[in-house]
Design a binder for this molecule. Structure first.
Ligand SMILES: CC(C)(COP(=O)(O)OP(=O)(O)OC[C@H]1O[C@@H](n2cnc3c(N)ncnc32)[C@H](O)[C@@H]1OP(=O)(O)O)[C@@H](O)C(=O)NCCC(=O)NCCS
Length: 158
């Protein structure tokens, strides 16, 4: 990565309801099939681990994770499009995995579209490997798209 383009370290803080307008704006810009506001509200309500990357009061990105029964599930990881490829996503992922370890998770799991090359590359670089496939999991422009299931052993390595 070009070190000049790398952003200063964001502050990771818990997402609050007041963040939702900004978060939903980023979500709608970043994904062809974005989560709805209600999904974010439900994640906050049930106590999922919801974080924003805050740099000088601006939301650069966010992550949503559930942790239970020794596993964490990365449910959403997203960076403001104009700030992508500057280290925010990998830092947020590292933050979530560190928290998951603290909460006793030994495995991290997630689903990703095989066509989402930036995300697949990010997760591979972070040590995730393919453990399965969910057929016809995502809506797509034409029909549906499979999901890769990726996992990482949190008991070894960084
Ligand atoms: C996936 C996403 C979160 C990555 O965040 P990011 O801040 O851009 O990623 P980083 O800058 O931390 O990149 C870390 C590594 O991921 C890989 N990567 C990230 N973007 C990439 C791209 N466009 N092409 C190829 N590899 C990429 C690279 O290996 C990169 O390391 P490098 O820059 O040293 O080569 C971001 O692209 C995004 O928000 N996408 C839209 C939402 C999404 O699809 N989320 C994932 C859902 S499963």
């Amino acid at each position: 990565m070009n070190a000049v383009l790398r952003l200063s370290e964001p502050r990771f803080r818990p997402m609050v309801e007041d963040d939702l307008p900004l978060v939903i704006g980023i979500e709608q810009e970043a994904y062809p099939f974005p989560w709805t506001e209600q999904i974010f509200r439900d994640c906050l309500r049930v106590g999922y681990s919801c974080w924003v990357a805050d740099r000088d009061g601006h939301v650069d990105g966010y992550g949503v994770m559930s942790v239970s029964a020794g596993e964490c599930h990365i449910l959403n990881l997203c960076v403001r499009p104009e700030l992508q490829r500057r280290g925010v996503g990998s830092r947020m992922l590292a933050h979530l995995l560190q928290l998951a370890r603290k909460h006793g998770a030994g495995t991290a799991l997630l689903e990703v579209r095989p066509s989402n090359h930036p995300a697949v590359a990010l997760y591979q670089q972070a040590g995730f490997g393919e453990v399965g496939m969910r057929r016809q999991y995502y809506p797509a422009a034409h029909g549906r798209e499979d999901a890769l299931i990726l996992a990482k052993d949190l008991t070894v390595g960084p």
